[in-house]
Design a binder for this molecule. Structure first.
Ligand code: SAM
Ligand code: SF4
Ligand code: SF4
Length: 337
């Protein structure tokens, strides 16, 4: 089995299919202007299929389509169909949900297995403020479509102090009512989060306290792989998750990597350097050449970006505006989250 320098396997690949987005979430795209990837550099569907096949042959069993907003990529169901044809074991997508109502049926029909929708507030005015331009009603319609067409949809909610932290119990109640599991994500100091500060992070312990305060005792859902619990259960059986990437990072078991829409492969969300797979692909590399390049890069991977960030005494933003303008691949919305 392919393992990196810390013994971690390569199991999961997040494919960003576009760096464009129809929202401007405060924690991801707070700036007035962005540098975009050149159009001609975007991988076409055949190239994405070839790379996905190379990754799968090396042990990747979980593929997640993301962005930017993946539903802005034209003909996305056709890509899903092409990837689903690759003996796919797990094919999922993360979306902001704004366009999901119109695409959910086609995506499910094409072979998409799972969907996660981002939802940060149930109050229309707060939602608009947090997402820059989002229409809560459209996203709620998207969640409704997700529930109708997909087996176990999930909701992602980035918690920011003073913005949506008071809504934690409401979001759990919403998830319970609609049969979707809610996952609270700590605000991360990733590239693009230019407004990040330690003070705006609501740590996992506090999120759990707020849930317990509203619903009573909670217990961890025990995982078979003995990893630290990231899911919790209320007395009535409702399960929710907390992703503590900022205060309790889990790099030790990280089997994830990310492919940007222009074919740059990152072995860590925080990595400065990626591997140019588009260059290899367009330079005529065979499947075997791609496999070799990916495998040798994974074998030397020692990244533990979030743990290194957590160890910093004085933690500021990861990349400043000038660095992000110079290399848009440092952005969360380019890497896919
Ligand atoms: N546009 C889609 C969406 O929002 O679901 C997919 C791409 S988005 C980059 C993927 C995930 O990254 C979302 O769930 C979003 O909440 C999360 N994310 C973005 N910036 C973040 C930050 N600074 N801290 C924590 N999570 C973040
Ligand atoms: Fe928000 Fe996702 Fe767009 Fe980032 S990529 S601004 S998280 S919707
Ligand atoms: Fe994995 Fe890097 Fe995230 Fe750590 S910071 S969990 S190594 S992607």
């Amino acid at each position: 089995m392919l393992a990196d320098a810390r013994g971690r396997p390569l199991r999961s690949l997040r494919i960003s299919v576009t760096d464009r987005c129809n929202l401007r979430c405060r924690y991801c795209m707070p700036e007035p202007n962005y540098a975009w990837l050149p159009r001609g550099d975007l991988l076409d569907f055949a190239e994405l299929r070839t790379l996905t096949a190379a990754f799968q042959s090396l042990g990747v069993s979980q593929i997640r389509l993301t962005g930017g907003e993946p539903l802005l990529r034209r003909d996305l169901p056709r890509l899903v169909e092409m990837l689903a044809g690759l003996e796919q074991r797990d094919l999922a997508m993360t979306t902001n949900g704004a366009l999901l109502a119109e695409h959910a049926a086609a995506l499910r029909g094409a072979g998409l297995q799972r969907v996660t929708v981002s939802l940060d507030s149930l109050d229309a005015a707060t939602f608009r403020r947090l997402t820059g331009r989002g229409d809560l009603a459209a996203v709620l319609a998207g969640i409704d479509a997700a529930v109708r067409h997909f087996p176990t949809p999930k909701l992602n909610c980035v918690v920011m102090r003073g913005s949506n932290d008071a809504e934690i119990p409401d979001l759990i109640a919403f998830g319970r009512e609609h049969g979707v599991e809610v996952r609270f994500i700590e605000y991360m100091d990733v590239g693009g989060a230019t407004e990040w500060s330690r003070a705006t992070v609501v740590p996992r312990a506090e999120i759990l306290n707020r849930v317990a305060g509203a619903f009573g005792a909670i217990e961890p859902v025990v995982r078979r792989d003995a990893a630290p619990a990231d899911r919790w259960r209320l007395a009535d059986g409702t399960v929710f998750g907390v992703i503590a990437s900022t205060t309790a990072p889990f790099c030790g078991s990280c089997d994830r990597s990310r492919l940007t829409a222009d074919g740059t492969w990152y072995r860590c969300l925080y990595a400065r350097e990626g591997l140019d797979l588009r260059g290899l692909l367009r330079g005529g590399a065979s499947l075997e050449d791609l496999r070799r390049a990916i495998a040798s890069a994974w074998r030397v991977r020692a990244d533990r970006g979030a743990e290194e960030r957590a160890a910093l005494g004085n933690r500021g933003v990861l990349a400043d505006r000038a660095a992000l303008q110079a290399d848009p691949r440092l952005e969360m919305h380019t890497r896919g989250g």
